[in-house]
Write a protein that binds this ligand. Structure first.
Ligand code: NAP
Length: 283
């Protein structure tokens, strides 16, 4: 059986550093504050919001929640973003996406100040990530993948990493972060030919394709580390499952993240860390 790379110990280790940084900020008179901007009541968003608020409160981070109705107009959304941008008491913002169809998401993301963009949604954040320049924030889930690998001491430098998925939220930023760590990275997607041949040759496989249990045992080899970012509800199994067929693969590889309780458990800890960094805390 593979080593289980659970998210909770990673989150706890991150939280310890964040709590200390919050304490130091408060001594300087700074109260780190997260702004949350949500449009509508999507259950995924409200569940994530509750988890983020719980973690922040536990760590002494304040939260300013703004929720707008599902049918909000673009102008009202942009006005709200402008208010959060200019509010010096809000250090960073999490804006839930996707936005409802009547809204121009690209324009909304671009309207957020890069220095407050805690989840890496603005073009400015993407530029910083892709140039490797300091100062920006990567999407929290992408950074959670790296935090998890580093926590468990998985060597990255010079290793072959295959990322399955090329979304702006996960696949591409994970690939960039792995490159920063000097891994040799291959990015696969829906048009990739002979995917199992590529994944089998990797030292590390990051699965972020959003297809329930679709990476089966033939995609893997002994000795590999597998990070499953996928979160899918399987009607057939009546539970949450990842993008990797855990039951078949966990007997083959060296280490694997569970779903749930893997990467997902680290994401809000990374968000809290980002709030503190945006507030000027050393992390
Ligand atoms: P997405 O935007 O739908 O992107 C999926 C990517 O996978 C695309 O690049 C797509 O390729 C590729 N893909 C689809 N089918 C494929 C196949 N058969 N073979 C190879 N590549 C394939 O999804 P996402 O937003 O990146 O999310 C990915 C997964 O992560 C989802 O399960 C989501 O629920 C989960 N997630 C988890 C967290 C967390 O905290 N753990 C956070 C966010 C999302 P093309 O580009 O060619 O279409």
């Amino acid at each position: 059986m593979a080593e289980l790379l659970k998210g909770a110990p990673v989150a706890a280790a991150l939280d310890e550093k964040t709590r200390e940084a919050v304490h130091l900020l408060k001594i300087r008179g700074v109260r780190p504050t997260l702004g949350i901007l949500r449009v509508g009541e999507r259950p995924d968003d409200t569940a994530y919001e509750s988890a983020a608020v719980r973690r922040c409160e536990k760590l002494g981070i304040e939260v300013r929640r703004v929720s707008l109705p599902e049918d909000v107009k673009q102008g009202a959304l942009l006005a709200q973003i402008a208010r959060l941008n200019s509010d010096d008491n809000v250090h960073g913002v999490l804006m839930f996406r996707p936005l409802p169809v009547q809204l121009d998401e690209e324009e909304a993301c671009a309207a957020l100040m890069t220095s407050k963009d805690l989840d890496g949604v603005t073009p400015g954040s993407a530029a910083l990530l892709y140039t490797g320049a300091p100062g920006g924030f990567a999407p929290c889930t992408a950074e959670a993948v790296i935090a998890l690998l580093e926590h468990y001491g998985v060597p990255l430098e010079g290793r072959r990493a295959v990322v399955v998925g090329r979304s702006l939220v996960i696949g591409k930023p994970v690939a960039m972060l792995l490159l920063e760590k000097n891994a040799t990275v291959t990015v696969c997607h829906s048009r990739t030919r002979a995917l199992p041949e590529l994944t089998r040759r990797a030292d590390i496989v990051v699965a972020a394709l959003g297809r329930a249990e679709s990476l089966t045992a033939d995609c893997f080899a002994p000795g590999q580390t597998v990070v499953d970012v996928g979160i899918n509800y399987s009607e057939e199994r009546g539970k949450l499952v990842g993008d990797v067929d855990f039951d078949a693969v966990s007997g083959l590889v060296a280490a694997i993240t569970p779903v749930p309780a893997g990467v997902g458990a680290v994401t809000t800890a990374v968000l809290a860390k980002h709030v503190v960094r945006a507030a000027g805390g050393m992390l």
